[in-house]
Design a protein around this ligand. Structure first.
Ligand code: GRF
Length: 289
């Protein structure tokens, strides 16, 4: 049950405990504040008192939960939760009816999601390309907030099912996904998924492949290795995905220079700037082919 709850809400175990604590503390605070407010009315305990108490508690409860969620570090979760509830109440559906000739893109990402955001912004007003799904394997990842804010359905995936089960192919099929963009997704894709999307899955790597790629080469480790090798330049590589890490056919590369004072952090910033400038544009031109 715990596992199901974690998957449903897209959170890890610690988050789940903190969320339950937030609900409990929020409830107590709300009961306490409700009683204090009723004291101000000088009402006798009776039917009117109970009715007013119920109304106060109903109004105060969400506010108290939100307040408590801030010091417990769960504000992002409750914001997502409220957006969901609001959408349900206002009758807005997660997935509007499919349009004819629409190209439906799924972004697989598990980090902060800065690339996912740039791609989403790029296609926000496109009449043809729709970012239809964000697939994530990390509860609490920043990209889940981006999905919620931009009204994009998010799918939190389980390792066992992704790698050894149905690979979530039925999910992708039912959502009519045509093209997959990896943007900070660290699991190797299972072969049936790659076969189901021939030349329709691309990845971005924060270095100039074929050097500095492969298993374990992600994040700052890539930049540290590039700096340690004394390279004078680095860059980005956008490539089709095949069965090996960072290996498929190259689509596009862009370079930046490395200065003497560069650190992994400063190099990461240069690389991110290149990624943001080129990834959405390259995806756009591939989808127009
Ligand atoms: C990018 O640097 C990308 O090259 C790599 O993962 C990082 C994702 O960053 N594959 P962000 O989450 O999009 O900010």
């Amino acid at each position: 049950m715990f596992k199901k709850l974690k998957a449903h809400w897209g959170v890890n175990g610690i988050n789940l405990l903190l969320i339950i604590t937030t609900f409990a503390l929020g409830g107590s605070l709300c009961g306490f504040a409700g009683r204090k407010l009723l004291l101000l009315t000088n009402l006798e305990k009776g039917v009117a008192w109970v009715l007013l108490y119920i109304i106060l508690v109903t109004l105060l409860w969400p506010l108290c939960v939100i307040l408590i969620s801030i010091p417990l570090g769960q504000f992002a979760f409750f914001k997502r939760y409220l957006i969901k509830v609001w959408k349900k109440m206002s009758g807005r559906r997660n997935s509007p009816p499919l349009k004819k000739n629409e190209i439906r893109v799924a972004i697989f990402a598990s980090g902060a999601g800065s690339n996912a955001l740039k791609i989403t912004d790029h296609f926000a007003s496109s009449p043809v390309v729709k970012i239809a799904l964000i697939v994530c394997n990390k509860p609490g990842a920043g990209v889940l907030d981006i999905a919620a804010k931009n009204n994009i359905p998010a799918l939190l995936i389980d390792k066992e099912r992704f790698l050894k089960g149905d690979n979530y192919l039925p999910e992708l099929e039912s959502r009519k996904i045509d093209f997959i963009v990896l943007a900070g997704f660290l699991w190797k894709l299972p072969v049936p998924l790659i076969k189901a999307y021939p030349k329709k899955i691309i990845n971005i790597h924060p270095a100039l492949l074929p050097k500095y790629g492969g298993r374990g080469m992600y994040g700052d480790r890539v930049h540290e290795t590039v700096l340690a090798a004394g390279e004078k330049e680095s860059g980005i590589s956008i490539h089709y995905v095949d069965e090996l890490y960072d290996h498929g056919e190259m689509i596009f590369q862009a370079k930046c220079s490395i200065d003497e004072n560069d650190t992994a952090g400063s190099l990461a910033q240069k690389i991110h700037a290149l990624e943001h400038a080129h990834y959405p544009r390259v995806i756009d031109s591939l989808l127009q082919k």
